[in-house]
Design a protein around this ligand. Structure first.
Ligand code: 2AM
Length: 489
């Protein structure tokens, strides 16, 4: 029998299964394989029953069912499982065949694997897939990168199964999937997406904390606030689920959210984003605070002790409640703009470092639907890059400039109010501190350079001399004349 499958998917955990079912819905014939082959039989007998989905009990059997060029997508645990499968697949595939990794791989691994697979004459794609189980089943956001020559062969499948979102420029429905760039670009953009997701979630949690402890609101009252917010410029999936979470009752009829232990977990993509920002020297302070806030939350037992040692005082914010709610909304909106501006600064720096030609508006459109950070706001970002593809910083776009200016009074009121009352707002306040630093023409780093030169002869540049000339001062009269030379880490 002639090979009839359009694509193979390896890995039958929930994401893999749902992607297969989604591909099947769009008319593609998929062959499914899993290390534990009993899962193939279970899948074919239950979830895939009555579909055209095929199964295989060995990689050779799987490959034999594929049309050429063969497309093999891995939906397995990130890490060594991906490398192991690549090794097993290479002898079974031919030049021109395509290996796709749809897991949450570290972008450096994807850079390495792209080079390795290409060196064997095959093509490689490392792709972010966002949207959780539901997204995978009915339309995820897909962010592919790797070997450019592979893209035309997977584009029809990926764009068919991806979520669709309205392009604000044309009003047309566009797939939330487009080619991101070479090597690890797709996984880098997915990683940044996850970092931004950490930031968005932390911002919402801080708003919730202020409404709860600052204004004494009940979950039902907060449900109404989030419902209203979701009808305006904050409209997004995360605000929407927060609205619904606040309305959810436990079996005894009390709000479920109040019963949930306040310790957050993490799987590491937020951390990777922050590590990459440190490598590139880009201040993504909001995502960093979001990661650290999860770490603080994890110190539950220590916090319980500390709460006894440093008893919090009255946390109620004085003044008109409705005015505070609107101020908190604006502080959240402004902080969110800062977070996305920082995320885009990071992607821009990574693109420069790795020579990726990223399409920033296209990325916003990919995130506009299907994924966890999907929002109306991303349409505004797309529009900003549409107007000016080479926009240096989101904060210079007229729409966002106006938005920030319209929020700044409320933002300061909320951050200072929270500080006075002892309600922690690390993401709101770091966003404001970044904004104030970003728009500060003369920071105190002149003093810092003087300190560095004082103790380490690290030299400094002068305001009255051209850039690139370095000076050293013998500050104490006892040091030598020799500078240690300039270096940047
Ligand atoms: P399994 O069902 O045989 O455990 C999510 O964990 C998916 O990744 C599952 O399909 C799982 O296969 C697969 N997976 C995890 N680690 C693996 C490994 N080291 N080798 C092959 N597949 C692996």
């Amino acid at each position: 029998m002639d090979p009839q499958a359009d694509i193979a998917v390896i890995g039958l955990a929930v994401m893999g299964q749902n992607l297969i079912l989604n591909m099947n819905d769009h008319g593609y014939t998929v062959v499914a394989y899993n290390r534990t082959t009993s899962k193939v039989d279970e899948f074919l007998a239950v979830e895939a029953k009555g579909t055209r989905i095929l199964g295989a009990h060995s990689l050779a059997e799987m490959v034999a069912q594929l049309k050429k060029p063969r497309r093999v997508m891995l939906m397995v645990k990130a890490g060594s499982a991906v490398d192991d499968f690549i090794e097993q697949l290479l002898p079974l595939l031919e030049p021109g065949d395509i290996v796709i990794d749809g897991g949450n791989s570290l972008f450096q691994d994807t850079i390495r694997r792209t080079k390795y697979v290409e060196s064997k004459g095959l093509l490689y794609i490392g792709t972010g897939v966002s949207g959780g189980e539901e997204g995978a089943r009915h339309g995820p956001s897909i962010m592919p990168g790797g070997s450019p020559a592979a893209w035309p062969h997977v584009q029809p499948i990926f764009q068919a199964i991806a979520a669709k979102a309205t392009d604000p420029a044309t009003g047309a429905q566009e797939p939330c999937c487009d080619w991101v760039g070479e090597g690890g670009a797709g996984h880098y953009v997915k990683m940044t997406h996850n970092g931004i997701e950490y930031g968005d979630m932390q911002l919402i949690c801080e708003a919730y904390h202020l409404l709860k402890d600052g204004l004494g609101m009940s979950p039902d009252e907060m449900h109404t606030v989030f419902k209203t917010w979701n009808e305006g410029e904050l409209q997004s999936y995360l605000i929407e689920i927060t609205r619904d979470i606040l309305a959810k009752k436990d079996d005894d009829g009390s709000p479920l959210v109040d019963k949930i232990l306040d310790t957050a977990g993490q799987k590491g993509t937020g951390k990777w984003t922050v590590i990459s920002s440190q490598d590139l020297g880009i201040p993504i302070t909001l995502i960093a605070e979001a990661v650290y806030s999860r770490c603080v939350s994890a110190l539950k037992d220590t916090r319980v002790q500390a709460a006894k040692a440093y008893k919090p005082g009255n946390t109620r914010l004085a003044g008109d409640r409705d005015a505070w709610i609107e101020d908190i909304r604006k502080a959240l909106y402004a902080s969110k703009i800062i977070s996305y501006a920082q995320g885009y600064m990071l992607m821009r720096a990574a693109a420069q470092e790795h020579k990726w030609n990223l399409n920033y508006g296209g990325i916003a459109l990919m995130w506009r639907g299907g994924c966890i950070i999907r929002s109306r706001f991303l349409g505004d970002i797309k529009a900003a890059f549409e107007k000016k593809p080479k926009l240096e910083n989101l904060l210079f776009d007229p729409f966002f400039k106006k938005a920030i200016k319209g929020c700044v009074r409320s933002w300061r009121k909320v951050v200072s109010g929270a500080v006075k009352k002892g309600i922690p707002v690390p993401a709101f306040s770091t966003a404001l501190a970044f904004f104030d630093g970003f728009r500060c023409e003369r920071l105190p780093a002149n003093l810092l350079q003087a300190q560095r030169d004082y103790f380490g002869a690290h030299t400094y540049e002068r305001v009255d001399q051209p850039r690139g000339q370095f000076f050293h001062t013998n500050w104490t009269g006892t040091g030598g004349r020799v500078a240690s030379g300039t270096y940047t880490v």
